[in-house]
Design a binder for this molecule. Structure first.
Ligand code: C2E
Ligand code: CA
Ligand code: CA
Ligand code: CA
Length: 273
């Protein structure tokens, strides 16, 4: 820093230092988050559009940091992925979500898998172990993966997906439409569900987005996959989705993600049968 003669270097260094310090302190705190019981799961209902029935929930992690408050996943998952901490965080999420879902008869629980978890050698064994441990029937666990895991080594990815299918769990393609060459992938991998990314739902007033959503739903129908629309916020969006035959919806229109104890009383009213 003493040598820095050029203006740009001088100007940016303090900022970089600060950013690095911030990262380090976050990383340090994150190493203790599980042991200190600071991670929490919120659950957002997955609603069957034609009946209004809640058929499942998506587990979404938050970090209850002693000074920073409730930290959203986008603020710490990337760092957890860089440092490998995502493996223990992800395992905690899986175990906690399965334990919780075992208390909610009939409901499916959807869990997000990081590409880092997906590539780890123990994934299938970890999942099977947690299912045995919690007693959750495998068909009630849905793992959400993004297209990025299929990109680099699709043969290896297919092998992992087939082992997970053989273990009886369900597989959903998350954030559909935001990655690369999605259409080919749908055909080649054993997905049970396509989750249409919320960016398309947000733009549903635009002709283009309407056409995309309509075609993804009909593609899902021909491939015998369930389609779920994410980020549904308005009655108008729900109405359009009903018209095009989308089966499931998820979004603030129905419920924000909530802690289990707040969601449980609502579930009683929503789940039919
Ligand atoms: P995602 O899997 O696409 O999850 C949906 C996100 O949309 C959630 O944000 C949810 O709260 C938000 N959302 C739901 N309904 C609406 C709506 O009507 N309008 C709007 N604007 N947003 C809505 P959240 O909980 O902040 O999670 C963000 C992302 O973090 C997730 O995106 C997922 O990629 C990641 N994430 C969350 N939990 C986990 C986890 O346990 N493991 C991993 N690897 N990633 C996770
Ligand atoms: Ca998801
Ligand atoms: Ca998503
Ligand atoms: Ca997303």
């Amino acid at each position: 820093a003493k040598q820095a003669g050029r203006g740009t270097a001088r100007r940016f260094e303090p900022f970089m230092d600060q950013e690095l310090r911030m990262r380090r302190s976050l990383e340090h705190d994150m190493r203790q988050a599980i042991a200190k019981d600071q991670l929490v799961l919120h659950y957002q209902p997955l609603v069957q559009l034609h009946s209004g029935e809640v058929v499942g929930v998506e587990a979404l992690v938050r970090w209850n940091h002693p000074e920073r408050g409730l930290v959203p996943p986008n603020h710490f998952i990337p760092l957890a992925e860089d440092t490998g901490l995502i493996l223990s965080i992800g395992e905690w999420v899986l175990r906690t979500a399965c334990q919780q879902a075992a208390q909610w008869p009939g409901l499916v629980v959807a869990v997000n898998l990081s590409p880092v978890q997906f590539k780890s050698r123990d994934l299938v064994e970890t999942v099977s172990q947690i299912l045995r441990e919690t007693g959750l029937p495998p068909g009630r666990l849905e793992l959400e993966i993004t297209e990025s895991v299929l990109l680099h080594d699709s043969a290896a990815a297919l092998a992992v997906l087939e082992r997970l299918k053989a273990a009886g769990v369900r597989i959903a393609m998350d954030d559909f439409g935001t990655g690369y060459s999605s259409l080919g992938y749908l055909n080649s991998f054993p997905f049970d569900k396509i989750k249409i990314d919320q960016s398309f739902i947000r733009d549903l007033d635009a002709e283009k987005s309407n056409a995309i959503v309509r075609s993804v739903v009909s593609l899902g129908q021909s491939l015998k996959m369930i389609t779920t629309a994410e980020g549904v916020e308005t009655v108008g969006q729900a109405e359009f989705l009903r018209q095009v035959g989308c089966e499931q919806v998820q979004g603030y229109l129905y419920s924000r993600p909530l802690p289990a104890e707040q969601l449980a009383p609502l579930l009683l009213g929503w789940v039919q049968g």
